[in-house]
Design a protein around this ligand. Structure first.
Ligand code: IMP
Length: 206
């Protein structure tokens, strides 16, 4: 349970800790403890459903790296990792055009694949990746997303494993960035609109 205590930070009543909020963050959505708890539950779900089958976890660079690192440490069964680089975001807005910037190093043919994503927003990235991976003939393909913003969906897709559903706000922290900043925050918070809105009032999401 998270309770706001003014502009300086929030108090997590469960652990009684106080987290100082970064000045650019208007609201904390999930504390480090809440994230860790949910990540552990997701890992347990993945392990249970795959029944000890060796897994390959594919992390989508760079936002899901922190999530991957925590998730994999709760998977005791055989598992390897790989990374794919994708670009579709420019600042705080999706360009709508997805392209692979760094491809996988391993073959996924005949393997049980779990795609690890930080957040599904319009859905364009995940649909593109799912279709791309399916052409490589994996034995199975599951999607694990930490966050989902269904209000902004442009194409139908649902993760098989989901951490949290969130409102249509731009969030950062725990690997998620705005222009490569804020990935190192241990919590997930809402980025102040003023950070990506020019002072003239003319809105720019680029
Ligand atoms: P989609 O193609 O619109 O679903 O976008 C997915 C990708 O957009 C994610 O992997 C993130 O890199 C980025 N993204 C979407 N929403 C946010 C957000 O609120 N904060 C940070 N990155 C986001």
């Amino acid at each position: 349970m998270v309770t706001k205590i003014g502009r300086r930070g929030v108090r997590d009543l469960g652990s009684r800790r106080v987290y100082p909020l970064h000045a650019d963050i208007s609201e904390m959505l999930f504390t480090p403890e809440e994230i860790q708890h949910r990540v552990k539950e997701l890992a347990a779900e993945i392990v249970r459903e795959h029944q000890g089958e060796p897994l390959i976890l594919i992390s989508i660079l760079k936002g899901s790296v922190v999530f991957l690192v925590d998730l994999m440490r709760h998977i005791p069964t055989s598992c390897s990792i790989d990374f794919i680089g994708i670009s579709s975001y420019e600042g705080a807005k999706s360009s709508g055009v997805v392209r692979v910037t760094t491809d996988l190093r391993e073959s996924i043919e005949g393997r049980a694949v779990v795609v690890v994503e930080d957040i599904i927003d319009t859905g364009l990235t995940m649909v593109y990746l799912r279709d791309n991976f399916l052409t490589r003939k994996p034995k199975s393909l599951k999607i694990c997303a930490l966050l989902d913003k269904p209000a902004n969906r442009e194409i139908a897709i649902r993760p098989d494993y989901l951490g949290f559903t969130i409102p249509n706000r731009f969030v950062v922290g725990y690997g998620l960035d705005y222009r490569e900043q804020y990935r190192n925050l241990a919590y997930i918070g809402v980025l102040r609109e003023s950070v990506y809105t020019p002072p003239t009032g003319e809105r720019s999401l680029a």
